[in-house]
Design a protein around this ligand. Sequence first.
Ligand code: 13P
Length: 287
Amino acid sequence: MLVSATEMLKKAKAGHYAVGQFNINNLEWTKSILLTAQELSSPVILGVSEGAGKYMGGYHAVVGMVNGLLQDLNITVPVALHLDHGSFEGCYKCIEAGFSSIMFDGSHYAIDENVAKTTELVKAAHDKGLSIEAEVGSIGGEEDGVVGMGECADPDECKAIADLGIDFLAAGIGNIHGKYPENWKGLSFETLDAVQQKTGDMPLVLHGGTGIPADMIKKAISLGVAKINVNTECQLAFAAATRKYVEEGKDLQGKGFDPRKLLAPGAEAIKATVKDKMELFGSVGQA
Ligand code: 13P
């Protein structure tokens, strides 16, 4: 059964580790992540962007697929199904469809409008038992065709949003979605420290988990990050493994063109990536 992400992230913050949010795109992705979480006894969050939701057929299709896998694969670790970077309307759709967690990304609105919309969604989410994440300070890079420049959040604005009753907060600290450019200056631990001091026990979320060096990940966790989002790294691993299989001509041998065979190396590559991240984040054995 899906659970909200509130309890798992409170536990993570108190225990000084982070739960991974791995974004899903299809059945293979979802199955690989769930099986790895179960094998490693780790809580996990499945992230769904609005674009990926649409790709998979819609939010009801996603909920049906995930609930079916939880049952058929006997998944007993805590799993949350979370809308990633949701619009105001997208949040309502996911609440209705049966997600267990939502993120409202109001970072592009003026702070007053972000506050008003977040307040309304906190009530709508909590009335149905979902957890809710909000964002302050836009995260850089490209997500579903939207390009944002990495910003550092204002710690006072973080406090204002945290006080609205959200369950976890994404604060921009110079992190970027996708690959980091050569001249990236690294995470701003000064900002993270200031945000944590203002927001106390609130679990903090680090977006753009792909390509952040391990020492920075560990330092971010020590400063209150309890959820780390990873998307591009799974995509790169899946694409590389699939390309290798095709380049070696395995799709032309025997029944290698069978989608179950063709997509298997990619699915294994996702398992390996998720395992690496869960070990780095310290969530192994915490379920
Ligand atoms: P990456 O694609 O950089 O791993 O970021 C994922 C993310 O933050 C999703 O919200």
